[in-house]
Design a protein around this ligand. Structure first.
Ligand code: DC
Length: 249
């Protein structure tokens, strides 16, 4: 079988813009690997907290840990599970303590350098992926073939996030979620290293009035128009080198 050409698609945007769900479904439809870079920041945060490190007060300990822990995705699971030092940290990633502290970790320039490099290595070993985060099109994969930037109003994002939390059986007051989202926006856009920005060459999509499937349809159409020969056929399917992404999250 002929080797499929490299295809890196980046998907950036603020908290609650629907990136993870969109990236996961799009990866499945196109037969590409799905890289959730927020999971890496969350995984490192979980390990810090579980080892008694307070990321806000002990940045040097966080940096030291970032430099020495082994972080790996299992590409054979769907969505890919994250292991740190051989421990499956996936169940910890969305816990409230991790969500509350992750931006203390993500703001540290040395941590970002380590994780950016790790993400680039994943891209080198599997240059057929959809990579989702805040800095994927701007810093990690500036040469990506396709770049998307998803946005939605803070109120819409808070509503979605509250709904998602309720579905997971967690209490969620929309007004409180909104405050959390605005705080994360401030931190994501304000940090000096890898701030959340829309890359100049990205396709900007406002998802406020679109359903998840409508967003995925739109992005899929863009990729197929430009790189149809490099992706799986319509209706999903996988390329031989794209183990990983699968059913809805
Ligand atoms: O997308 P998420 O909510 O899982 O992201 C978790 C945190 O990690 C959030 O504070 C933003 C940060 N993050 C980042 O700084 N850079 C990325 N590439 C991905 C996430």
């Amino acid at each position: 079988m002929a080797q499929l050409s490299p295809l890196i698609v980046t998907l950036d945007g603020p908290a609650g813009s629907g990136k993870s769900s969109v990236a996961h479904r799009l990866a499945r439809r196109l037969g590409l690997r799905f890289l959730d870079t927020g999971a890496m920041y969350r995984g490192l945060t979980a390990v810090c907290l579980d080892r008694g490190i307070d990321p806000g007060r002990e940045p040097a300990a966080v940096v030291e840990l970032a430099g020495k822990v082994r972080m790996e995705f299992d590409w054979g699971t769907d969505p890919p599970r994250l292991y740190v030092e051989g421990r499956d940290v996936t169940p910890r990633l969305r816990d409230p303590d991790v969500t509350a502290r992750v931006s203390d970790v993500a703001v540290l320039p040395e941590v970002r350098r380590v994780l950016v490099r790790a993400q680039q290595r994943i891209g080198e070993s599997c240059p057929r992926l959809i990579s989702e985060g805040r800095d994927q099109g701007s810093v990690v994969f500036p040469g990506a073939q396709v770049k998307f930037y998803l946005e939605a109003s803070p109120h819409v994002r808070a509503k979605r996030r509250a709904e998602q939390l309720r579905q997971e059986g967690r209490a969620a007051e929309e007004s409180q979620v909104l405050v959390g989202i605005q705080e994360r926006d401030r931190r994501d856009t304000g940090r000096s290293e890898g701030p959340l920005i829309c890359p100049e060459d990205a396709i900007r999509v406002d998802t406020s009035d679109l359903t998840l499937d409508q967003v995925v349809d739109r992005l899929e159409a863009h990729v197929r128009t430009r790189y149809g020969e490099a992706v799986a056929g319509p209706g999903g399917g996988r390329s031989s080198d794209a183990a990983g992404p699968g059913g809805p999250r």
